[in-house]
Every structure is written in C-alpha cells, then in structure tokens.
Design a protein around this ligand. Structure first.
Ligand code: SF4
Ligand code: SF4
Length: 474
C-alpha cells in the first residue's frame, strides 16, 4: 500500500497472501556460525525442558506448575498458596527481566531461548529437512500430485510429528500435575486415569496443530510478547538488522556483475541475491527494516555472511546492531530507560532473595474460633478455644509436633488428637486447641500470647494469638 507521500508499506503480515490465504513458508535450511551456536544452545535447552520436571532437589520437583492444586515449584523451591506473594514477585521479576532484555537486545529471547522457536526450528523443521529435503525439494513436493513419494513422505512426517507432540504433551503434563503422578498414571495404565488421559490427548493434538500447521504464526499472531515489540523497541535496541547504509549505497542494491567497479557505480554491498529472504522462517525481507514478524533467529545473518564471503565483501551486512549503530555509527550504550529497568530489576531480585531466605519451611496459623470469647473454669482457670493449621512445605514428614506457650504459664490442650502429632510431607495438619491460663497470670482482658511449635526439641515455628480474659482480673 502507498502512503500520501508515496512510500510503500505493508498492511498485512508475511504469512498471508494478497487473497487473504495462508502463504506457506518453505525456508531454506540455515547454516553458518550462528546456526551452529543456536544448535548447541538448543540441545542444552531441550534437555533442560524435557528433564526439569523429573529432576528433584531435596525431594521437590525442580519445576512444577500445578495450577489445579495451586502448588508451584520453582528451581526446587515449593510455593504454596500461602507463598503466593513470592510467586507473584518471581513472575514480576521474570516479566521485567524479559522486558529489560527486549529494550536492550530486541527479541534475543525469541531467537535463542523461546521453547516455540526451539521446538519449531530445531526439532520439527530439522525433521522436515530430513524427510522432505531443503527448500526447493519442499516446494516441488507441495506442488506435485499425491503420488507414492508424496504419500510416503507425508505419512512418515506426520507420524513422527505426532509421536514428538505426544512426548511433549507428556512432559507438559509432568509440569502441570507433577512427574511422580504422571509416572504412576503411566504404570497404572492410562485407562485407569481417563480424567488425565483426555487432557493428554488434547495437548498432543494442540502441539501437533501448532508445530505441523500453525507454526510461525504463533510468534506473529498469537504470542503477546511478540506484539509488545512495537512499544519496547527503540532506535537504540540491538536487533538483527540490515545495514541499509552499506547495503544500498548511493544507487541502491544491485545484482553483481563480473569485473564491475561497484564503488564507482555507487552500488551498495547488497547483491540482491534474496538468500536472506529465502532462509527466513517467518517469510520476511529483513532489508525492509525491523518488522513485527522477525524473531531474531539470525538465519539471515549466516546466509548473508556466506554470500559476502562468496563475493569477497566484508561480513556483517546483516548483523546484530541498533538503528543508531547503523545511522550514526554509534556504539551500544545504556540509555536512561534501560538504566531504570536495571535498577527496578536489582531491587526486585534483592526483595525476592530476602523473602526466600526468610521464608519458613513450616507455616503455623492459630486463629480464634469465630464467635467465642473465653470460658471461666474452676480453680480460676480462663480458657480460650482456637483452631490451628500447620503447613509442611518440605518433602519430609514432621514428627512429634507439640505446642508450647512462651513466657506465660499455662496449658495447651489439643482436641481429638494426642499431644504429639505429625504433619505429612507437603501436607497440612489442622484441628482445634484450648489454651488454659490461670486468671492471676493474665495482665488484662487482651493478652498477646506467643505459641512455639516444636518438632521434638527443635523449635520450628512461632505464631501469636490474642487471649481474652475478664475485664477485672485481680
Ligand atoms: S528476518 Fe532474519 S532474523 Fe528475522 S526471522 Fe527472518 S531470518 Fe530470522
Ligand atoms: S543475503 Fe545479503 S546480499 Fe543477499 S539479498 Fe540479503 S542482504 Fe542482500
């Protein structure tokens, strides 16, 4: 489309053609320095993603997001509903961290770390290259009629995609319900747990749909992070960028001809070979500037560097650079916005580390039974009734639990349980208790009592309650 000033711009995304249909992308198989590095990073991340729910630290799953039971483990730290504030802070830190990185380094996360890119480009796409061949062969195969070759390749590819989607769905479930439960369900037999089998089939179908058909459109249409780029990036953000000053020269990009003096002719270094376009998994031309679809995968950098080597020009016509770097030949500097994000991030990480360090592994809550004041018993004893709840966040049973009063002389009597009880691992113990104190030991109608919780002789938690007595106490 043309603006009134006559400039050209796109008003549609790269994966939709002029008729509004899906423009299927057949990217060329990438190769080069960055692709090799991304492969190494992806092996590590794939191992991490697949193994994290099966790794245990102090008996706790390394990563778990059990939304249904509201139990979360992050790096082996179990978060209970009582720790919700910590969970929220760690999520905020995560969001600010990604924001900070985006302001400074564009979509570095998308290209190198995002599970969607890792699975799409490093697993499913590579299987596609292995079965269907490179770009040219894929285009030919898509156009050819359904003959034996096409049926064989399609069935094989879809079957392999389905198996991998099924594996990913199982791992995803291990993150959601916990790996112990998943393994138990598998060994029990899936039909014993139909309630879990159905979500597993749905997740498998969803992953298959995403990686076999929806593909790069996740990054372009569905991903909220991708849509944020427009507000986060500025001309100081480092992104995968085409050096238009160098590439266009004075008279624009031109195909290379033998023995021509390009400098004298004013041609830029771009030889208009379209290799950067053919290799792009989101189907764009990076030479048109930073675009919504670009996931900073670096494939075009590698491809252009190879072309530059072939024609004897310096590498880096497409490279990591900011708009300012290219326009003003400036070096990357921290701008005030970036400094602000770093300050906020440092404070939040400090707060989170402090909260984690001070966080109790056992949480005790003793609350007055609603509607109850106090009871005056014989021998001048004042009794108050409370409910208690003990949360054991560890993966070990806490044995021999008792309550004791600090400072005050009095007695704590548990209702319908023995004096010493245990709290199961990752579990809760709750009940009712009476606190009885001699009236002469009270200092008013409201007395703040501190209750100590012991496991054997070990003090594991303290909590306070208000103990009520009569107004005239002497
Ligand atoms: S423009 Fe380059 S970096 Fe961006 S998605 Fe395409 S190939 Fe990857
Ligand atoms: S790969 Fe490099 S030289 Fe070839 S069209 Fe792209 S920018 Fe120009």
């Amino acid at each position: 489309m043309k603006t009134p000033e006559g400039e050209l711009f796109r008003d549609s995304i790269g994966t939709i053609n002029e008729e509004g249909n899906r423009a299927w992308i057949f990217p060329k198989k990438p190769s080069g320095k960055f692709y090799d590095k991304r492969k190494t990073v992806s092996y590590f991340l794939l191992a991490f993603l697949l193994l994290a729910p099966f790794i245990k630290i102090n008996g706790n799953q390394f990563l778990m997001f059990n939304v249904l039971e509201r139990r979360f483990n992050i790096f082996g730290f179990p978060f209970w509903p009582q720790d919700f504030h910590l969970f929220v802070i760690s999520m905020i830190i995560g969001v600010i961290f990604i924001t900070l990185f985006t302001v400074g380094f564009g979509r570095l996360f998308c290209g190198w770390i995002c599970p969607q890119t890792i699975f799409m480009e490093m697993v499913f796409r590579r299987i596609e290259y292995w079965i269907d061949g490179d770009r040219g062969k894929q285009i030919r195969l898509s156009k050819q009629p359904w003959n034996a070759e096409k049926i064989r390749k399609r069935v094989l590819k879809w079957f392999v995609f389905l198996i991998i989607s099924f594996i990913i769905a199982n791992v995803f479930l291990a993150y959601l319900i916990g790996s112990d439960k998943l393994i138990k369900y598998i060994t029990d037999g899936p039909f014993q747990h139909v309630g879990t089998l159905i979500p597993l089939i749905i997740f498998t179908a969803l992953f298959y749909f995403v990686f076999a058909w929806f593909r790069e459109q996740v990054c372009i249409i569905a991903c909220p992070y991708g849509r944020l780029q427009g507000v986060l990036l500025d001309n100081k953000s480092v992104v995968v960028a085409y050096d238009h000053k160098r590439g266009e020269g004075q008279s624009g990009r031109k195909k290379i001809r033998k023995n021509e003096d390009r400098q004298a002719l004013g041609h830029g270094d771009c030889i208009d070979c379209f290799q950067c376009v053919h290799v792009c998994p989101t189907g764009i031309d990076i030479r048109n500037g930073t675009q919504l679809e670009c996931v900073n995968c670096t494939a075009c950098i590698d491809e252009c560097d190879t072309m530059m080597d072939n024609v004897g020009f310096p590498r880096g016509l497409i490279r990591y650079a900011s708009e300012d770097n290219i326009e003003k030949k400036e070096k990357f500097k921290l701008n005030p916005r970036l400094k602000g994000y770093i300050a906020v991030l440092t404070i939040l990480i400090g707060v989170l580390a402090g909260m984690l360090a001070l966080r109790n592994e056992v949480e005790a809550r003793v609350l007055r039974l609603p509607g109850q004041l106090y009871e005056h018993k014989e021998n001048n004893i004042i009794s108050n009734v409370f409910t208690y709840k003990l949360v054991n966040k560890t993966s070990k049973t806490i044995e021999d639990v008792t309550f004791k009063l600090r400072k005050y002389e009095g007695e704590i009597k548990l209702v319908s349980t023995s004096t010493n009880f245990s709290v199961p691992e990752q579990g809760i113990a709750e009940g009712t208790l009476f606190i009885e104190i001699d009236k002469n030991n009270l200092s008013g109608d409201k007395n703040k009592l501190m209750i100590e919780v012991y496991s054997g002789d070990l003090l594991i938690e303290t909590t306070t309650v208000n103990f009520l007595g009569p107004r005239s106490y002497k």
